[in-house]
Design a protein around this ligand. Sequence first.
Ligand code: HEM
Length: 519
Amino acid sequence: MAPTKTLRQVTREEVAKNNTESSCWIIVDSYVYDLTKFLGLHPGGEGVILKVAGKDATEEFYGLHRQEVMDKFGPRYIIGQIAGEKPKLDLTKPGEYSKVPYAEAGYLQGRPSPFYKESHIRFRDAIRKFYDDELTADAPTMDAMGEAPDRETYQKMGKIGLLACRLGPGPHLKVVPELPGGVKPEEFDYFHELISHEETTRLGIYGFAEGLASGMVIGLPPVLAFGPKWMKEKVVPEVLSGNKIICLAITEPTVGSDVAGLSTTAVKTPDGKHYIVNGVKKWITNGSFSDYFTTAVRTGGPGMGGISMLLIPRSEGVETKIIKTSGTTSAGTAYVTFDNVKVPVENLIGGENKGFQVIMANFNHERWSMVVGGTRAARLVTEECFKWANQRMVFGKKLIEQPVIRLKLAEMLAAVETLQGALEVVTYQMTKLSYKEQALHLAGPLALLKYQTTRFTQRVSDNAVQIFGGRAITRTGMGRVIEAFQRTNKFGAILGGSEEIMADLGVRQAMKNFPQARL
Ligand code: HEM
C-alpha cells in the first residue's frame, strides 16, 4: 500500500551512503526504507539485505516477498521517497479490481455480459471493501494458527447483510437491516449471491474462508425452505445477525454420499413431545463452534423413507471435537456426538420421515455454491501463476518466456473461463426457477458442473504447483495461495457428493427423461 503521509525527499546518492550494518537503507519502488534495526529480525537473514544496502532492491524484494509483507512491515521502516520519483509498480490496492488479465470475471475487465447490472458491481465493491478492510491482512496468519473467525466478525458480517446474502433471494433478506452496497431485497438475485461466495473465496485461504459461515450456507436453507414458522421467526434472525452459528450435520463415520444409510436415531418419547437423539456425525464444517445443528436422523425404517431433519441446539448430550483435516482448524470441522439428546418435536424440519427430500433440495444449492468457490479459487490461483510467471527469472529469462509455462497457463485460463461461462448460465437458470423447480430441472446439470469443476481445479492445481516449484509446497511466503490450494482443492471433489456420485447422478438424471429414441 502506498504511504499516505508526506515523505521526506531523498536523493539516490544519499541512500547509497547508507550501505552498512550501522546504517542500512534500501529503495523499493521509489520508497526509501531504513532497515538498520530490522537486520537482526529479518526472517531471510542479515546478509541478503546487506548485499543490497544503499541500492534499489525493488526486483530483489518482489522476487522474494509478497506485497503483503511490505503492507505489514513497510510503514515501520519507511523514511522517505526518492526526489522526483513515483512508484512504477501497478499493485492492486485494497478494495480494487486486479488488472492482471483474467484475474477478474470478464465483465469486470471490460467485456460485456447479459447477467450483471450496476447493482451487482455495487454489491461486489461493498463486500470486497469489507473483506479487505477487516480480514485480508490478518486471515493468512489466523489460518496458519488454526484460529476460527470470532463472533465479532460474524456479527459484523451480519450487520452489513453479508450472512443473509449467501443464501439466495427470499424473505430472509428482509430480516437484516441492510444488504451490501445498499442492494434492495427485491432486486437481489442469484448473481448477487454468487458474488458473495466469490468474494469470500478470494481471501485465498480455504480453511479460514470455510470458517466464515460455510456451515450456515448449507445449514440454514432447510430451515428457510421447510422449517416451521416459530423456527423461521427465532432462529433465522439469530443466525443472520451473526449472534448464533448454524451448521449442517449429515455425514457419519460410515456414511458419506450414501445418505440413505445413515444411522443416527431419533426416537420419540412416550408422551410424544420429544425425540431422543443418539449417534455421531463426522466432518461437520463449523461444527466445533456452532450453536445449532441441522441434523439428519433416522425416525423410521431403513432407507431414505425413514429419515427426518431435526434442528438440534447445542445442549446437554451434544459434544463437538475438532477434526484435523487437510484444511486448517479455522474451518471448525468437527466430530459431533449426540448422546441421549432431548429435542422438542417442534424442531422437526419438513415433516417426519420427509428428511430425504429436504436433504436433496438443499444439495443443489450447496453444489452450486461449491462450483462458485471452486471456480473463483482456480481464478485466484491462475492470477498468482500469471504474476509469478511474469516476475520469476529462470535461466536468465522470465518464466512466461518459456513456451511450456505458457501452455500450462493457457490450460488454466481456459478451464477458469469455461467454468465461469457454464456457471453463469446455470445461475441464470436458477434466477428463472423456483427452489422446487431447481431441484427438478437443475440437479443433473449442477451435478455435472460440480464434477467438471473439481476435475478442472485438480488440473489447475497440478499446473500451479509446477509453475511455483518449491514455493508451492511451502506454507508461508510467495507460494502460500498455491500451497493452500493444492492441499485443499480435493475437498470439493469429496464434499457435497463425491466426484463419482456427481458424474453418475448427472447421467442418471438425464436418463429419467430419455425418449424411446433409436439411432
Ligand atoms: C522492507 C524490507 C523487507 C522486509 C520487511 C522483509 C521481510 C521478510 C519476511 C517477513 C520474510 C519471511 C516471509 C515470507 O515467508 O514471505 C522474508 C524472507 C526473505 N527475505 Fe526479506 N524483507 C525485506 C527485504 C529484503 C531484501 C531487500 C532482501 C534481499 C534481497 C530480502 C531477502 C529475503 C529472503 C532471501 C527471504 C527468504 C525467502 C524464502 O524463504 O523464499 N528481504 N523477508
